[in-house]
Ligand binder design. Sequence first.
Ligand code: MN
Length: 267
Amino acid sequence: MSNVSRRTALKALGTGGAMGAAALSGCATVSATTAAHATPFTVAATTIPIVGSTEVFPVRRIYCIGRNYAAHAREMGSDPTREPPFFFQKPTDAIQFVPPGQTIDHPYPPLTKNYHYEIELVAALKSGGRNISIDDALKHVYGYALGLDMTRRDLQRAMGDEKKPWEIGKSFDKSAPVGPIHRVNDIGHFSKGQIQLLVNGAVKQSADLNQMIWSVAEQISKLSAAFELMAGDIIYSGTPENVGPVVRGDVMLGKLTGLPDISVKVV
Ligand code: MN
């Protein structure tokens, strides 16, 4: 951009000064004023429908906790008694919405020969902060959903073996199928209840949320020590044991006491 057109643009912004200059120089300004700027193309917002509402939940970040059930930690080769919680992220647009009462097609992803399900409770935040206490943590939860943390296990393991990031194993397109969000006001909080994953009608994973090593409140507290949490963040709270593979044609059915099932066919 020429100096002349830059000046013209600044004038047009009517803001001048540091804010306008920062916006024009390409700094990521998280501000309502940026919404007024024209963009050269459109990027779709990621949202999740909210049960009982015409509003949708805008997703900011997807956090996932690893090895949060002791038996799953053991099957992954770690010691659940000594390990502090750890987290990874999926890209926001990894969300694939799964409407209740339907079986949606989910594409088998490229590069893997060992594609795994992980059924998980998902907490959705309406507010956030840093260093949130365990006692205050649940005040930030807007609602809950049931989701799948789909995993290219072979790629995850290979990268882990080489001490490289899990990204390619965890954070790929459509790796986060999720049902609608149920508001806390309607459904309360989840600290216990049966969670299950069936494949083609056979139970593969079955556990109780009360077996989570770190509760949702503890997860929020721990996460907020590392990241500033914000409204729109969602947290996959970890999978029980007996993760396993699916192939094309398999139908995964996720169940959590108190929520409608989610049904996903691998195609
Ligand atoms: Mn997981």
